[in-house]
Design a protein around this ligand. Structure first.
Ligand code: IMP
Length: 403
């Protein structure tokens, strides 16, 4: 079998949607394994902008799209998304794990409640109920797709959730959940079984992470993180596939760095320069529309991402945007406690950042090449894809991906 996993190397919003869509044409199956509706993978083509939240961004080009067990699903949003996608693909095959957890209105209310409770320390979540859905999953009071086949089971689960949260719900909500479930029921199956059969029979499978390495629940800037495993080790648990099936990993990094929500951001820039970059890159959250915080590329962060995810390749997005900036800098190392640090450690933050300066490369290919080659030298992996525009075809292939 041939598999490739696409991983976000920064704080999410690296432009994974476009890269996944590009890669998916060479794969039979696209798989989402983590996160939920908080993700927003954008694909632009023929004047259409499609935002994938729950369905894999490889949907348009691969034969089958799988929403595996590690994903938490808002049923209504999923059925709306599938409806919307029908405009772009008349016949398709979607498979949804029967053991995925469901995000209910109660989870969304709990998300808002917790953010309010945190006050100044709010995480800045997407308020899509993601944290609470994983909280109830690991707390063993979650609701799984499989629980929706029996109304009594659903009533029991909802009632318990409601007591845990101290949040009430209308009796009619049970029917509303079942109504939403009926719309996606036909896609539900045992995706672990399906994927392992396909992997054994030689299908080409593309795995796509939602969110990014540094908002991973374990390796991110805790507690300013999302609640799932966004990194490559998370794929096995999120799909039920053995590690022996995972072959190659490609990281996606934006040519600069952005972050939505709170939390540490070593290379963040503020003021007028930030505003220019935000505007040039249209840096507004694709799920919430919030302005993204912006900053320079952070090589120590990427070095750590390469290690955590065992990346073989890198895809660099939005180089056209960064190339328009007058002042281009890249963080190459940090300093803390009198010593130089080559990697990003969220529990040992830098006191000083060492930067390398680059010239703007608008209209000057050799200057852009210098930027890309510098990144390759620092990370010791090849940059095989370069995003040079918004549209799905605005990708330059610099090298082959051997699976
Ligand atoms: P949550 O995932 O909604 O709980 O949000 C937790 C943190 O992760 C917040 O800072 C969000 O802005 C951030 N986040 C969640 N999903 C994404 C994403 O897909 N891209 C970028 N940031 C995200």
């Amino acid at each position: 079998m041939e598999t490739l996993a696409v991983i976000g190397c920064q704080f999410g919003d690296e432009g994974k949607g476009k890269i996944i869509d590009f890669l998916a044409k060479d794969f039979d199956i696209s798989v989402r394994f983590n996160g939920g509706e908080n993700a927003g993978h954008t694909v632009v083509f023929n004047g259409n902008t499609i935002k994938f939240h729950l369905v894999p961004a490889g949907f348009l080009r691969s034969k089958t799209s799988v929403i595996a067990n590690g994903v938490v699903i808002n049923l209504r949003k999923l059925s709306e998304e599938i409806e919307m996608l029908k405009k772009f693909r008349a016949s398709f095959d979607i498979k949804i794990s029967h053991i995925s957890h469901v995000v209910t209105d109660l989870h969304m209310k709990r998300d808002r409640y917790l953010e309010e409770l945190r006050g100044k320390g709010a995480i800045g979540t997407t308020l899509k109920g993601i944290g609470p859905a994983y909280e109830s999953k690991y707390g063993r009071y979650g609701i799984r797709i499989a629980d929706l086949y029996n109304k009594e089971t659903l009533e029991e689960r909802l009632s318990f959730l409601s007591r845990v949260y101290g949040i009430s719900y209308e009796k009619s909500y049970v029917d509303s959940v079942l109504h939403d479930f009926a719309k996606i029921e036909g896609f539900v199956t045992d995706t672990r079984e399906y994927l392992s059969e396909e992997a054994e029979s030689g299908s080409r499978i593309l795995f796509e992470t939602a969110n990014g390495t540094f908002i991973d629940i374990d390796y991110g800037t805790y507690p300013y993180v999302t609640s799932s495993s966004t990194v490559s080790p998370g794929i096995t648990v999120g799909t039920g596939l053995s590690p022996k099936y995972f072959r190659k990993f490609i990281g996606v990094a934006k040519a600069y760095t952005t972050r939505v929500g709170e939390g540490v951001f070593p290379t963040e820039i503020k003021g007028e320069e930030a505003e220019i970059l935000r505007t040039l890159g249209n840096e507004y959250g694709s799920t919430t529309g919030r302005p993204r915080r912006v900053g320079y590329l952070d090589i120590p962060m990427l070095r750590t991402a390469v290690k955590i995810n065992s990346l073989d390749y890198l895809a660099l997005t939005k180089v056209d945007v960064l190339g328009k900036m007058k002042d281009i800098k890249v963080a190459v190392s940090y300093e803390a406690g009198g010593s130089e640090m080559k990697e990003f450690d969220p529990s040992n933050l830098p006191e000083k950042i060492n930067y390398e300066q680059f010239d703007s490369w608008e209209g000057n290919r050799s200057k852009l090449n210098r930027y890309i080659e510098f990144i390759e030298d620092e990370l010791r992996i090849p940059v095989v894809l370069v995003g040079i525009g918004e549209d799905r075809d605005s990708i330059e292939k610099r090298g082959d991906i051997a699976l």
